[in-house]
Design a protein around this ligand. Structure first.
Ligand code: SAH
Ligand code: SF4
Length: 388
């Protein structure tokens, strides 16, 4: 039996997510990638074929809990049903092109997402935690001035299988007993510019009959696509906002999205999120030398953020080959943080991880000809970093 776009769940026909749509158009002449479907969608497509509802659960358990991709091995399904399934679905995850290890234990994976394009996912160990940083797009149209990813225009919105696939690929190489404890959508791209695939991926990752990843351990970071922030609230994931400026003037100068959705709108959305979920919002604040790093800026940041239950993550700027900004001195960074703390804010400086392999915040851009794999050792040391 041949799957057709018309016979598929509504999500694939809405046209919002052009990436998924294209994939399904391709699938209409072949088969559907199993990893693109939430459990609900799988149920819909199987019941549409006259199968019992529980069949979808059985398939999910085989694939996501037992790691079986071969219908022939799914012993609790009839032979006829297995043959039918083979004609409807295929399994396709992004392939690992390269795995680069930092001196600090951070691992960056370069993954093939088709059409000659790649994305990066980063595994960051810290004490008992192992955080996986996922990408949602190749390139990013929001063009924040300081961000390496933003230097490349959007060339692809990732599909569900390409997002969930980053998790599956990153975890398949882990030593026994090691598991990812936190997922952050802080890699390449703006998650709220690819909402359908991102929120469906969260459903797949957290499905009780599948991967069972805890929702509360997933954070979606946005540069401020304000009208879509309620989707984060609905999803049950945590919200992080890349603030980076303590007033509209500074923020608009470095983040063009602020001209469309200025700070007041952004904070209204953050307040609603905090009220509805009872969770704090994380504000990320990249410290750029001479731009937003003065004690006055710290005071303004405190006044701005205190109306929302929050924590502030200060990220000293990470340099990259196309940077027009500089990282402030350690002294400036700590003066800024100490001022926030003195005023009563919950602020910390995010530990820089994976900077030597261009895996730190804002350094991801995947592979293109001039992208170096590692920062030259002398540059890394000059910037005050140990190479031990
Ligand atoms: N597009 C989303 C998700 C990416 S998260 C967002 O912007 O929130 C990437 C985080 O790294 C953001 O908080 C961003 O402000 C920060 N960032 C970008 N470029 C950086 C750089 N060069 N150094 C340090 N942080 C950077
Ligand atoms: Fe895009 Fe986020 Fe980079 Fe801005 S900081 S360009 S929104 S990835």
């Amino acid at each position: 039996m041949q799957a057709t776009a018309a016979g598929l769940p509504g999500r694939f026909r809405c046209g919002i997510n052009c990436c998924n749509l294209r994939q399904i158009e391709r699938a209409s002449v072949s088969t559907v990638n199993f990893y693109d479907l939430t459990l609900e969608q799988l149920r819909e497509s199987l019941t549409g074929l006259g199968k019992e509802k529980f069949r979808a659960q059985q398939l999910y358990q085989w694939v996501y809990q037992k790691g079986i991709e071969n219908f022939g091995e799914m012993s609790n399904l009839s032979k006829v049903f297995r043959l039918e399934l083979e004609k409807i679905f295929h399994f396709n995850l992004p392939g690992v092109v390269e795995r680069v290890e930092s001196r600090d234990g951070t691992t960056k994976l370069l993954l093939d997402v088709g059409d000659g394009q790649t994305v990066e996912a980063v595994l960051i160990p810290a004490d008992e935690r192992l955080t996986l940083c996922l990408s949602s797009e190749v390139g990013c149209n929001l063009a924040c001035k300081f961000c390496y990813t933003g230097k490349r225009l959007l060339s692809k919105r990732l599909s569900v299988s390409q997002i969930v696939g980053q998790f599956l690929r990153a975890t398949e190489g882990l030593p026994a007993g090691k598991r990812v404890t936190n997922i952050v959508f802080m890699g390449m791209g703006e998650p709220l510019d690819n909402p359908e695939a991102v929120f469906s991926s969260i459903q797949v990752l957290t499905e009780a009959l599948g991967i069972k990843f805890p929702k509360k351990k997933i954070t979606v970071s946005t540069s401020g696509l304000v009208p879509l922030i309620p989707l984060v609230t609905e999803s049950g994931a945590r919200l992080a906002v890349s603030l980076n400026g303590s007033n509209d003037e500074v923020r608009s100068a470095i983040m063009p999205i602020n001209k469309k959705h200025p700070i007041q709108q952004l904070f209204d959305a953050c307040r609603s999120h905090a009220r509805e979920t009872g969770n704090r919002v994380t504000f990320e604040y990249v410290l750029l030398k001479g731009v937003n790093d003065s004690v006055e800026h710290a005071r303004e940041l405190y006044r701005l953020t205190r109306s929302v239950p929050n924590k502030i993550n200060l990220i000293p700027f990470n340099e990259h080959p196309e940077a027009d900004f500089f990282r402030p001195s350690q002294q400036t960074v700590f003066r800024f943080k100490n001022e926030l703390i003195r005023l009563g804010a919950h602020a910390l400086v995010r530990k820089t991880m994976g900077r030597d392999i261009y895996a730190a915040c804002g350094q991801l851009t995947s592979k293109f000809p001039e992208h170096p794999q590692r920062m030259p050792r002398d540059e890394f040391e000059k910037a005050g970093y140990s190479t031990a």
